[in-house]
Design a binder for this molecule. Structure first.
Ligand SMILES: Nc1ncnc2c1ncn2[C@@H]1O[C@H](COP(=O)(O)OP(=O)(O)OP(=O)(O)O)[C@@H](O)[C@H]1O
Ligand SMILES: [Mg+2]
Length: 456
Protein backbone atom coordinates (compact mmCIF):
# COMPACT_ATOMS: atom_id res chain seq x y z
CA UNK A 1 0.00 0.00 0.00
CA UNK A 2 1.42 3.34 -1.05
CA UNK A 3 0.57 6.27 1.21
CA UNK A 4 1.22 10.02 0.86
CA UNK A 5 0.92 12.35 3.84
CA UNK A 6 0.39 16.03 3.04
CA UNK A 7 0.75 18.61 5.82
CA UNK A 8 2.53 21.97 6.06
CA UNK A 9 3.76 21.16 9.56
CA UNK A 10 6.91 19.07 9.34
CA UNK A 11 6.54 17.85 12.92
CA UNK A 12 3.07 16.50 12.23
CA UNK A 13 4.29 14.84 9.04
CA UNK A 14 7.08 13.00 10.77
CA UNK A 15 5.05 11.85 13.70
CA UNK A 16 2.30 10.40 11.49
CA UNK A 17 4.91 8.75 9.29
CA UNK A 18 6.53 7.16 12.37
CA UNK A 19 3.16 5.93 13.60
CA UNK A 20 2.29 4.34 10.27
CA UNK A 21 5.70 2.69 9.99
CA UNK A 22 5.26 1.20 13.44
CA UNK A 23 1.91 -0.19 12.29
CA UNK A 24 3.51 -1.93 9.35
CA UNK A 25 2.83 0.58 6.56
CA UNK A 26 6.27 0.70 5.02
CA UNK A 27 5.65 2.67 1.85
CA UNK A 28 4.88 6.11 3.26
CA UNK A 29 5.90 9.37 1.58
CA UNK A 30 5.53 12.94 2.80
CA UNK A 31 4.87 16.30 1.21
CA UNK A 32 4.71 19.74 2.90
CA UNK A 33 2.74 21.90 0.47
CA UNK A 34 -0.40 21.82 -1.66
CA UNK A 35 1.14 22.67 -5.05
CA UNK A 36 3.69 19.90 -4.79
CA UNK A 37 1.01 17.52 -3.58
CA UNK A 38 -1.15 18.12 -6.67
CA UNK A 39 1.73 17.22 -9.00
CA UNK A 40 2.78 14.18 -7.06
CA UNK A 41 -0.73 12.79 -6.70
CA UNK A 42 -1.48 13.29 -10.39
CA UNK A 43 1.78 11.70 -11.52
CA UNK A 44 1.80 8.72 -9.16
CA UNK A 45 -0.55 5.98 -8.07
CA UNK A 46 -1.01 6.45 -4.36
CA UNK A 47 -3.50 4.15 -2.67
CA UNK A 48 -4.19 6.55 0.18
CA UNK A 49 -3.55 10.27 0.61
CA UNK A 50 -3.76 11.80 4.08
CA UNK A 51 -4.48 15.43 3.41
CA UNK A 52 -4.33 18.35 5.84
CA UNK A 53 -7.01 20.93 5.09
CA UNK A 54 -5.45 24.12 6.45
CA UNK A 55 -2.36 24.85 4.39
CA UNK A 56 -1.08 28.12 2.89
CA UNK A 57 -1.58 28.67 -0.85
CA UNK A 58 -3.38 25.51 -1.95
CA UNK A 59 -5.48 24.09 0.86
CA UNK A 60 -6.51 20.46 1.22
CA UNK A 61 -9.91 20.88 -0.39
CA UNK A 62 -8.34 22.47 -3.46
CA UNK A 63 -5.82 19.66 -3.69
CA UNK A 64 -8.64 17.13 -3.45
CA UNK A 65 -10.73 18.93 -6.05
CA UNK A 66 -7.93 19.14 -8.58
CA UNK A 67 -6.69 15.58 -8.22
CA UNK A 68 -9.56 13.21 -7.36
CA UNK A 69 -11.16 13.41 -10.84
CA UNK A 70 -7.84 12.27 -12.33
CA UNK A 71 -7.19 9.61 -9.71
CA UNK A 72 -10.51 7.97 -8.83
CA UNK A 73 -8.64 4.94 -7.46
CA UNK A 74 -6.80 7.01 -4.86
CA UNK A 75 -8.65 7.31 -1.56
CA UNK A 76 -8.35 10.60 0.33
CA UNK A 77 -8.61 11.02 4.07
CA UNK A 78 -8.86 14.66 5.11
CA UNK A 79 -7.42 15.89 8.36
CA UNK A 80 -8.28 19.19 9.94
CA UNK A 81 -7.71 21.22 13.06
CA UNK A 82 -11.24 22.64 13.05
CA UNK A 83 -14.24 20.42 13.50
CA UNK A 84 -16.51 22.08 11.01
CA UNK A 85 -19.36 19.99 9.68
CA UNK A 86 -19.89 22.07 6.56
CA UNK A 87 -16.27 21.44 5.51
CA UNK A 88 -16.59 17.77 6.36
CA UNK A 89 -19.66 17.42 4.20
CA UNK A 90 -18.01 19.39 1.42
CA UNK A 91 -14.92 17.21 1.46
CA UNK A 92 -17.01 14.05 1.28
CA UNK A 93 -18.94 15.52 -1.65
CA UNK A 94 -15.64 16.18 -3.38
CA UNK A 95 -14.85 12.51 -3.04
CA UNK A 96 -12.97 12.20 0.24
CA UNK A 97 -13.35 8.87 1.95
CA UNK A 98 -13.09 10.14 5.51
CA UNK A 99 -12.65 13.28 7.59
CA UNK A 100 -10.62 13.29 10.79
CA UNK A 101 -10.23 16.01 13.38
CA UNK A 102 -6.88 16.83 15.02
CA UNK A 103 -5.57 15.65 17.39
CA UNK A 104 -6.22 12.47 15.47
CA UNK A 105 -6.66 9.38 17.53
CA UNK A 106 -4.07 6.82 16.34
CA UNK A 107 -6.52 3.93 16.29
CA UNK A 108 -9.07 5.93 14.37
CA UNK A 109 -6.46 6.91 11.81
CA UNK A 110 -5.25 3.35 11.25
CA UNK A 111 -8.82 2.07 11.03
CA UNK A 112 -9.69 4.72 8.50
CA UNK A 113 -6.67 3.84 6.35
CA UNK A 114 -7.47 0.14 6.50
CA UNK A 115 -11.08 0.74 5.57
CA UNK A 116 -10.24 3.08 2.73
CA UNK A 117 -7.83 0.49 1.37
CA UNK A 118 -10.41 -2.23 1.70
CA UNK A 119 -12.99 -0.16 -0.14
CA UNK A 120 -10.53 0.55 -2.91
CA UNK A 121 -9.97 -3.18 -3.34
CA UNK A 122 -13.66 -3.92 -3.29
CA UNK A 123 -14.44 -1.31 -5.90
CA UNK A 124 -11.67 -2.59 -8.16
CA UNK A 125 -12.98 -6.13 -7.68
CA UNK A 126 -16.45 -4.94 -8.45
CA UNK A 127 -15.42 -3.42 -11.76
CA UNK A 128 -13.89 -6.76 -12.70
CA UNK A 129 -16.82 -8.80 -11.41
CA UNK A 130 -19.37 -7.05 -13.58
CA UNK A 131 -18.51 -9.00 -16.65
CA UNK A 132 -18.06 -12.32 -14.96
CA UNK A 133 -20.67 -14.96 -14.34
CA UNK A 134 -19.93 -14.54 -10.64
CA UNK A 135 -22.02 -11.37 -10.71
CA UNK A 136 -25.08 -13.24 -11.94
CA UNK A 137 -24.67 -15.87 -9.28
CA UNK A 138 -24.50 -13.16 -6.65
CA UNK A 139 -27.76 -11.65 -7.78
CA UNK A 140 -29.63 -14.88 -7.08
CA UNK A 141 -29.42 -14.01 -3.41
CA UNK A 142 -31.56 -11.03 -4.31
CA UNK A 143 -34.10 -13.14 -6.16
CA UNK A 144 -37.02 -11.50 -4.33
CA UNK A 145 -36.02 -8.17 -5.84
CA UNK A 146 -37.65 -7.87 -9.22
CA UNK A 147 -35.86 -5.56 -11.64
CA UNK A 148 -34.47 -5.25 -15.12
CA UNK A 149 -33.20 -1.73 -14.66
CA UNK A 150 -29.44 -1.51 -15.37
CA UNK A 151 -28.91 0.98 -12.55
CA UNK A 152 -30.57 -1.38 -10.07
CA UNK A 153 -28.58 -4.36 -11.31
CA UNK A 154 -25.37 -2.45 -10.87
CA UNK A 155 -26.39 -1.35 -7.42
CA UNK A 156 -27.25 -4.92 -6.39
CA UNK A 157 -23.87 -6.12 -7.59
CA UNK A 158 -22.26 -3.44 -5.46
CA UNK A 159 -24.45 -4.45 -2.49
CA UNK A 160 -23.39 -8.07 -2.89
CA UNK A 161 -19.70 -7.16 -2.78
CA UNK A 162 -20.22 -4.91 0.22
CA UNK A 163 -22.26 -7.61 1.97
CA UNK A 164 -19.20 -9.83 2.11
CA UNK A 165 -17.08 -7.16 3.78
CA UNK A 166 -19.21 -7.41 6.93
CA UNK A 167 -19.04 -3.62 7.31
CA UNK A 168 -22.05 -1.50 8.22
CA UNK A 169 -24.23 -0.56 5.27
CA UNK A 170 -26.54 2.41 4.97
CA UNK A 171 -29.50 2.14 2.60
CA UNK A 172 -31.30 5.33 1.70
CA UNK A 173 -34.32 5.89 -0.49
CA UNK A 174 -37.90 7.09 -0.49
CA UNK A 175 -40.60 5.16 1.29
CA UNK A 176 -41.49 1.87 -0.39
CA UNK A 177 -38.40 1.63 -2.60
CA UNK A 178 -37.41 -1.74 -1.12
CA UNK A 179 -34.90 -0.81 1.57
CA UNK A 180 -35.89 -3.60 3.93
CA UNK A 181 -36.08 -6.11 1.11
CA UNK A 182 -32.53 -5.21 0.11
CA UNK A 183 -31.35 -5.45 3.72
CA UNK A 184 -32.73 -8.99 3.91
CA UNK A 185 -30.95 -9.88 0.68
CA UNK A 186 -27.65 -8.54 1.99
CA UNK A 187 -28.15 -10.55 5.17
CA UNK A 188 -28.76 -13.75 3.20
CA UNK A 189 -25.60 -13.30 1.16
CA UNK A 190 -23.31 -13.16 4.10
CA UNK A 191 -24.90 -15.22 6.88
CA UNK A 192 -25.58 -18.82 7.69
CA UNK A 193 -29.15 -19.99 7.21
CA UNK A 194 -30.08 -19.73 10.88
CA UNK A 195 -28.32 -16.42 11.57
CA UNK A 196 -30.76 -13.91 13.11
CA UNK A 197 -32.09 -10.91 11.21
CA UNK A 198 -33.47 -8.49 13.77
CA UNK A 199 -35.41 -5.56 12.33
CA UNK A 200 -35.99 -2.59 14.59
CA UNK A 201 -38.11 0.39 13.68
CA UNK A 202 -36.16 3.04 15.55
CA UNK A 203 -38.92 5.65 16.06
CA UNK A 204 -41.23 3.05 17.54
CA UNK A 205 -38.96 2.49 20.57
CA UNK A 206 -39.87 4.97 23.32
CA UNK A 207 -36.84 6.81 24.65
CA UNK A 208 -37.42 5.50 28.15
CA UNK A 209 -37.23 1.90 26.94
CA UNK A 210 -34.31 2.41 24.59
CA UNK A 211 -31.64 1.21 26.97
CA UNK A 212 -33.38 -2.00 28.03
CA UNK A 213 -34.60 -2.81 24.51
CA UNK A 214 -31.23 -2.32 22.84
CA UNK A 215 -28.86 -3.37 25.61
CA UNK A 216 -31.04 -5.77 27.61
CA UNK A 217 -30.89 -6.20 31.35
CA UNK A 218 -30.14 -8.78 33.98
CA UNK A 219 -32.63 -10.24 36.39
CA UNK A 220 -33.51 -7.77 39.13
CA UNK A 221 -32.05 -4.77 37.30
CA UNK A 222 -35.28 -2.87 37.95
CA UNK A 223 -38.80 -3.56 39.15
CA UNK A 224 -40.40 -5.96 36.73
CA UNK A 225 -37.10 -7.31 35.38
CA UNK A 226 -37.73 -10.85 36.56
CA UNK A 227 -35.54 -12.62 34.00
CA UNK A 228 -32.32 -11.92 32.15
CA UNK A 229 -33.12 -10.23 28.85
CA UNK A 230 -30.81 -9.91 25.85
CA UNK A 231 -31.31 -6.63 23.98
CA UNK A 232 -31.46 -6.21 20.21
CA UNK A 233 -27.67 -6.14 19.87
CA UNK A 234 -27.32 -9.53 21.53
CA UNK A 235 -30.35 -10.95 19.75
CA UNK A 236 -28.68 -10.08 16.45
CA UNK A 237 -25.34 -11.57 17.50
CA UNK A 238 -23.91 -13.61 14.63
CA UNK A 239 -26.34 -12.00 12.19
CA UNK A 240 -27.78 -8.66 11.22
CA UNK A 241 -29.38 -5.81 13.12
CA UNK A 242 -31.54 -3.76 10.75
CA UNK A 243 -32.12 -0.25 12.09
CA UNK A 244 -34.99 1.23 10.14
CA UNK A 245 -35.44 5.01 10.05
CA UNK A 246 -32.11 5.58 11.75
CA UNK A 247 -32.43 9.35 11.21
CA UNK A 248 -34.97 9.37 14.05
CA UNK A 249 -32.47 8.10 16.62
CA UNK A 250 -32.30 10.64 19.47
CA UNK A 251 -28.93 12.36 20.04
CA UNK A 252 -28.25 10.61 23.33
CA UNK A 253 -28.80 7.19 21.82
CA UNK A 254 -26.61 8.07 18.85
CA UNK A 255 -23.64 8.27 21.21
CA UNK A 256 -24.52 4.88 22.67
CA UNK A 257 -24.81 3.23 19.29
CA UNK A 258 -21.46 4.71 18.29
CA UNK A 259 -19.85 3.19 21.36
CA UNK A 260 -21.21 -0.28 20.55
CA UNK A 261 -19.85 0.00 17.04
CA UNK A 262 -16.46 0.99 18.36
CA UNK A 263 -16.20 -1.44 21.24
CA UNK A 264 -18.08 -4.35 19.66
CA UNK A 265 -19.56 -5.19 23.02
CA UNK A 266 -22.64 -4.29 25.06
CA UNK A 267 -23.37 -4.13 28.73
CA UNK A 268 -26.83 -5.13 29.92
CA UNK A 269 -28.44 -2.85 32.49
CA UNK A 270 -26.98 -3.63 35.91
CA UNK A 271 -24.49 -6.10 34.47
CA UNK A 272 -20.93 -5.65 35.69
CA UNK A 273 -19.21 -6.98 32.60
CA UNK A 274 -19.67 -6.35 28.92
CA UNK A 275 -20.79 -9.06 26.49
CA UNK A 276 -18.95 -9.16 23.18
CA UNK A 277 -21.17 -9.03 20.10
CA UNK A 278 -20.40 -9.78 16.48
CA UNK A 279 -23.07 -8.40 14.24
CA UNK A 280 -23.58 -6.45 11.06
CA UNK A 281 -25.53 -3.24 11.18
CA UNK A 282 -27.65 -2.28 8.22
CA UNK A 283 -29.45 0.99 8.65
CA UNK A 284 -32.09 2.58 6.50
CA UNK A 285 -33.32 6.11 6.10
CA UNK A 286 -35.56 8.19 3.89
CA UNK A 287 -33.97 11.40 5.17
CA UNK A 288 -30.95 13.31 3.94
CA UNK A 289 -28.52 12.44 6.73
CA UNK A 290 -25.79 14.76 5.41
CA UNK A 291 -28.22 17.60 5.91
CA UNK A 292 -29.19 16.25 9.34
CA UNK A 293 -25.48 16.39 10.24
CA UNK A 294 -25.19 19.96 9.01
CA UNK A 295 -28.15 20.87 11.18
CA UNK A 296 -26.60 19.08 14.14
CA UNK A 297 -29.42 16.58 14.37
CA UNK A 298 -27.20 13.61 13.53
CA UNK A 299 -23.63 12.88 14.54
CA UNK A 300 -21.21 12.95 11.67
CA UNK A 301 -18.87 10.42 13.31
CA UNK A 302 -21.79 7.98 13.64
CA UNK A 303 -22.83 8.56 10.05
CA UNK A 304 -19.33 7.65 8.86
CA UNK A 305 -19.43 4.47 10.90
CA UNK A 306 -22.83 3.48 9.57
CA UNK A 307 -22.06 4.16 5.95
CA UNK A 308 -18.91 2.19 5.35
CA UNK A 309 -20.97 1.46 2.26
CA UNK A 310 -23.90 3.56 1.12
CA UNK A 311 -26.60 2.35 -1.25
CA UNK A 312 -29.28 4.69 -2.54
CA UNK A 313 -32.37 3.05 -3.99
CA UNK A 314 -33.85 5.13 -6.80
CA UNK A 315 -37.58 5.95 -6.69
CA UNK A 316 -39.86 4.00 -9.02
CA UNK A 317 -40.18 7.08 -11.25
CA UNK A 318 -36.49 6.66 -12.11
CA UNK A 319 -36.88 3.02 -13.10
CA UNK A 320 -39.94 3.19 -15.30
CA UNK A 321 -38.84 0.11 -17.18
CA UNK A 322 -39.60 -1.89 -14.05
CA UNK A 323 -43.24 -0.83 -13.69
CA UNK A 324 -44.73 -3.47 -15.96
CA UNK A 325 -42.33 -6.17 -14.82
CA UNK A 326 -43.32 -5.50 -11.21
CA UNK A 327 -47.00 -5.32 -12.20
CA UNK A 328 -46.85 -8.79 -13.71
CA UNK A 329 -45.02 -10.06 -10.62
CA UNK A 330 -47.56 -8.58 -8.18
CA UNK A 331 -50.47 -9.72 -10.35
CA UNK A 332 -49.24 -13.30 -10.20
CA UNK A 333 -48.71 -13.05 -6.46
CA UNK A 334 -52.18 -11.57 -5.84
CA UNK A 335 -53.88 -14.17 -8.05
CA UNK A 336 -52.21 -16.97 -6.10
CA UNK A 337 -52.99 -15.36 -2.74
CA UNK A 338 -56.67 -14.78 -3.50
CA UNK A 339 -57.11 -17.79 -5.72
CA UNK A 340 -58.32 -15.69 -8.65
CA UNK A 341 -57.63 -15.75 -12.34
CA UNK A 342 -57.37 -12.61 -14.44
CA UNK A 343 -56.10 -12.38 -17.98
CA UNK A 344 -54.03 -9.28 -17.47
CA UNK A 345 -54.44 -5.56 -17.97
CA UNK A 346 -56.33 -3.83 -20.76
CA UNK A 347 -54.25 -1.40 -22.88
CA UNK A 348 -55.94 1.59 -21.19
CA UNK A 349 -55.11 0.17 -17.75
CA UNK A 350 -51.49 -0.39 -18.78
CA UNK A 351 -51.36 3.20 -19.96
CA UNK A 352 -52.57 4.40 -16.57
CA UNK A 353 -50.03 2.25 -14.71
CA UNK A 354 -47.15 3.59 -16.76
CA UNK A 355 -48.07 7.25 -16.48
CA UNK A 356 -49.22 7.36 -12.89
CA UNK A 357 -47.15 8.92 -10.14
CA UNK A 358 -46.11 6.66 -7.27
CA UNK A 359 -45.19 8.63 -4.15
CA UNK A 360 -45.34 5.31 -2.25
CA UNK A 361 -43.11 3.67 -4.87
CA UNK A 362 -43.08 -0.14 -5.20
CA UNK A 363 -45.28 -0.64 -2.15
CA UNK A 364 -47.97 1.55 -3.70
CA UNK A 365 -47.81 -0.29 -7.02
CA UNK A 366 -48.09 -3.64 -5.22
CA UNK A 367 -51.20 -2.53 -3.33
CA UNK A 368 -52.77 -1.05 -6.46
CA UNK A 369 -52.30 -4.27 -8.41
CA UNK A 370 -53.56 -6.45 -5.57
CA UNK A 371 -56.73 -4.36 -5.24
CA UNK A 372 -57.28 -4.43 -8.99
CA UNK A 373 -57.02 -8.22 -9.00
CA UNK A 374 -59.62 -8.33 -6.22
CA UNK A 375 -61.96 -5.91 -7.98
CA UNK A 376 -61.78 -7.39 -11.47
CA UNK A 377 -64.61 -9.87 -11.99
CA UNK A 378 -62.80 -11.83 -14.63
CA UNK A 379 -61.04 -11.18 -17.90
CA UNK A 380 -58.94 -8.05 -18.06
CA UNK A 381 -58.19 -5.43 -15.45
CA UNK A 382 -59.71 -2.13 -16.61
CA UNK A 383 -59.05 1.50 -15.54
CA UNK A 384 -61.94 1.48 -13.06
CA UNK A 385 -60.27 -1.39 -11.17
CA UNK A 386 -57.30 0.93 -10.71
CA UNK A 387 -59.56 3.54 -9.15
CA UNK A 388 -59.61 5.65 -12.30
CA UNK A 389 -63.07 6.64 -13.45
CA UNK A 390 -63.59 5.72 -17.02
CA UNK A 391 -64.00 9.07 -18.77
CA UNK A 392 -65.85 8.53 -22.05
CA UNK A 393 -63.78 10.24 -24.66
CA UNK A 394 -66.02 12.38 -26.93
CA UNK A 395 -65.88 11.53 -30.59
CA UNK A 396 -63.13 13.95 -31.47
CA UNK A 397 -61.74 11.77 -34.20
CA UNK A 398 -59.61 13.55 -36.74
CA UNK A 399 -61.43 14.41 -39.94
CA UNK A 400 -60.54 16.23 -43.08
CA UNK A 401 -61.63 19.74 -42.17
CA UNK A 402 -60.54 23.37 -42.35
CA UNK A 403 -58.27 24.94 -39.72
CA UNK A 404 -61.19 26.96 -38.33
CA UNK A 405 -63.25 23.81 -37.93
CA UNK A 406 -60.29 22.02 -36.39
CA UNK A 407 -59.86 24.87 -33.90
CA UNK A 408 -63.50 24.47 -32.85
CA UNK A 409 -63.05 20.74 -32.30
CA UNK A 410 -59.91 21.40 -30.26
CA UNK A 411 -61.76 24.04 -28.25
CA UNK A 412 -64.54 21.56 -27.43
CA UNK A 413 -61.98 18.94 -26.45
CA UNK A 414 -60.19 21.21 -23.99
CA UNK A 415 -63.51 22.40 -22.55
CA UNK A 416 -64.74 18.83 -22.03
CA UNK A 417 -61.42 17.82 -20.51
CA UNK A 418 -61.82 20.58 -17.94
CA UNK A 419 -65.40 19.51 -17.27
CA UNK A 420 -66.74 22.83 -18.62
CA UNK A 421 -64.50 25.05 -16.48
CA UNK A 422 -64.32 28.28 -18.53
CA UNK A 423 -61.40 29.79 -16.63
CA UNK A 424 -59.13 26.76 -16.92
CA UNK A 425 -60.04 26.35 -20.58
CA UNK A 426 -59.21 30.00 -21.23
CA UNK A 427 -55.85 29.60 -19.50
CA UNK A 428 -54.90 26.53 -21.51
CA UNK A 429 -56.00 28.01 -24.84
CA UNK A 430 -54.41 31.36 -24.09
CA UNK A 431 -57.59 33.38 -24.68
CA UNK A 432 -59.92 35.39 -22.42
CA UNK A 433 -62.92 33.95 -20.57
CA UNK A 434 -65.16 36.21 -22.61
CA UNK A 435 -63.88 34.69 -25.83
CA UNK A 436 -64.66 31.26 -24.39
CA UNK A 437 -68.21 32.33 -23.56
CA UNK A 438 -68.71 33.77 -27.04
CA UNK A 439 -67.41 30.59 -28.62
CA UNK A 440 -69.78 28.43 -26.56
CA UNK A 441 -72.74 30.62 -27.52
CA UNK A 442 -71.78 30.32 -31.19
CA UNK A 443 -71.53 26.52 -30.95
CA UNK A 444 -74.89 26.20 -29.21
CA UNK A 445 -76.51 27.94 -32.14
CA UNK A 446 -74.89 25.75 -34.72
CA UNK A 447 -76.29 22.26 -35.27
CA UNK A 448 -72.89 21.02 -36.48
CA UNK A 449 -71.17 21.84 -33.16
CA UNK A 450 -73.95 21.64 -30.60
CA UNK A 451 -73.45 17.94 -29.92
CA UNK A 452 -69.78 18.46 -28.99
CA UNK A 453 -70.69 20.63 -26.03
CA UNK A 454 -72.15 17.89 -23.79
CA UNK A 455 -74.06 19.58 -21.00
CA UNK A 456 -71.42 22.16 -20.37
N1 LIG B 1 -37.84 -4.60 -6.53
C1 LIG B 1 -38.83 -5.18 -5.84
N2 LIG B 1 -39.31 -6.37 -6.23
C2 LIG B 1 -40.32 -6.95 -5.57
N3 LIG B 1 -40.92 -6.44 -4.50
C3 LIG B 1 -40.49 -5.26 -4.06
C4 LIG B 1 -39.40 -4.57 -4.69
N4 LIG B 1 -39.19 -3.44 -4.03
C5 LIG B 1 -40.06 -3.39 -3.02
N5 LIG B 1 -40.85 -4.49 -3.02
C6 LIG B 1 -41.98 -4.77 -2.11
O1 LIG B 1 -42.55 -3.50 -1.79
C7 LIG B 1 -42.86 -3.41 -0.40
C8 LIG B 1 -42.09 -2.28 0.23
O2 LIG B 1 -40.71 -2.63 0.32
P1 LIG B 1 -39.84 -2.30 1.64
O3 LIG B 1 -40.65 -2.53 2.86
O4 LIG B 1 -38.56 -3.02 1.52
O5 LIG B 1 -39.64 -0.74 1.40
P2 LIG B 1 -38.93 0.34 2.33
O6 LIG B 1 -38.03 1.11 1.45
O7 LIG B 1 -38.34 -0.32 3.51
O8 LIG B 1 -40.15 1.26 2.74
P3 LIG B 1 -40.33 2.23 4.04
O9 LIG B 1 -39.36 3.37 3.87
O10 LIG B 1 -41.72 2.73 3.89
O11 LIG B 1 -40.09 1.41 5.22
C9 LIG B 1 -42.53 -4.76 0.18
O12 LIG B 1 -43.70 -5.54 0.19
C10 LIG B 1 -41.52 -5.33 -0.77
O13 LIG B 1 -41.54 -6.72 -0.78
MG1 LIG C 1 -38.95 -0.13 5.54
Amino acid sequence: MRILIVDDEIVALNSVRRLLKRRGFSNVEICDNGMDAINRIKNNDFDIVLLDILMPEKDGLEVLKSTKPFKPQTEFILVTAVDDIATAVRSVRLGAYDYLVKPVDNERLVLSIERAYERKGLLAGLAGARNESKAVETLEAFSGIVTQCPRMTELLTYAAVMARSGNPILISGESGTGKELLAQGIHRIDSSVDAPFIAVNVPSIPETLFESQFFGHIKGAFTGADTDYPGFFEQADGGTLFLDEIGELPQKQQAKLLRVLEEKSVRRISDTKPTPVDLRIISATNQDLDKACQENRFRLDLLYRLKAAHIHLPPLSEREGDILLLTAYFQKKACAKHNKAVNGFSPEAVDILIHKEYPGNVRELAALVENAVLLAESGFIEPQHLGVEHVPIPPFARTLCSLTEDATVHFAFVLAHNKGDRKKTAQILGVSVRQIQRKIAMMKNDARWKSLLDDN
